[in-house]
Write a protein that binds this ligand. Structure first.
Ligand code: ATP
Ligand code: MG
Length: 240
């Protein structure tokens, strides 16, 4: 299925995944089911391996054992670019924008993989995030942190992915901005995509999530409904 797109909102299945960097193993056998069309929050203390798991799912880091499936499609061995063409979009940790390019130039880059005209991309983005409209000629690196995350999220707005992976959207941002960004994640999910998000702000993540899990020391230690995970998260953070 090299040229085919993923079906809308496929489930993500992680089966016995081990992965790490060099000789250091970070993920010690992860099993996780992200239901089709869910907004799944992955919570856990610093260094637990949350970003590493997103990197394995997104094709940035190879699993040394186990496998990830997006619907029926095995991720293993596919390039990041290939997975993007199939309909997987990652908003990485940190700011997922090109700092030296303007807002519009960043959007133009998104159009390459989405194959839609820049005008339409700009319209979609500025409709969702009015603040970016006035800043279209500004270098992305000089935007505020929240504006940069809006621009990073617009990538998903433009490419209409089937699977969206979001890593720490809230990092360093004021609660109001975080709420605005997560409102957009909710709207994106409503279009029909499976969303897996990593977040430190437990309350924020659980407010938007339909399902959640907790990772500690490279293992999934709890999984359940957002209300079940609220308490489990607290003890995981306290124990870390
Ligand atoms: N590129 C890398 N090279 C070597 N080790 C790495 C690399 N990236 C992460 N690690 C290590 O892997 C472990 C897990 O890191 P990871 O970034 O997945 O954690 P995390 O749960 O996302 O943490 P945080 O909440 O702080 O973002 C850490 O011990 C980290 O030092
Ligand atoms: Mg991380």
């Amino acid at each position: 299925m090299s040229g085919q797109r993923l079906p809308a909102a496929p489930p993500i299945t992680v089966d016995g995944v081990r992965a790490g960097y060099g000789r250091i193993e970070v993920l010690h056998g992860i099993d996780l089911q992200v239901p089709a069309g869910s907004i799944f929050a992955l919570l856990g203390p610093n260094g637990a391996g949350k970003s590493t798991l997103l990197k394995v799912i997104g094709g940035h880091v190879r699993a040394t054992a186990g496998e990830v499936h997006l619907g029926d499609l095995p991720v293993g061995g596919r390039s990041v670019e290939h997975l993007a063409r199939l309909g997987l979009c990652t908003v990485p940790e940190g700011r997922g924008v090109f700092p030296n390019l303007t807002v519009r130039e960043n959007l133009r880059i998104w159009t390459y993989s989405a194959r839609i005209p820049l005008g339409e991309v700009e319209e979609r983005t500025y409709t969702a995030f009015h603040r970016l409209a006035d800043r279209r000629q500004q270098a992305a690196g000089t935007l505020s942190g929240g504006e940069q995350q809006m621009l990073a999220l617009s990538r998903a707005l433009v490419s209409d992915p089937s699977v969206l992976l979001v890593d720490e959207l809230s990092m360093g941002l004021a609660p109001l901005v975080v709420a605005e960004l997560y409102e957009m994640v909710g709207e994106l999910a409503a279009r029909g995509m499976t969303v897996l998000l990593v977040e430190q702000f437990v309350t924020t993540a659980l407010a938007v999530a339909t399902r959640a899990a907790i990772m500690t020391n490279g293992r999934i230690t709890a999984e359940g409904s957002p209300s079940e995970m609220a308490e489990a998260a607290l003890s995981a953070y306290l124990a870390s």
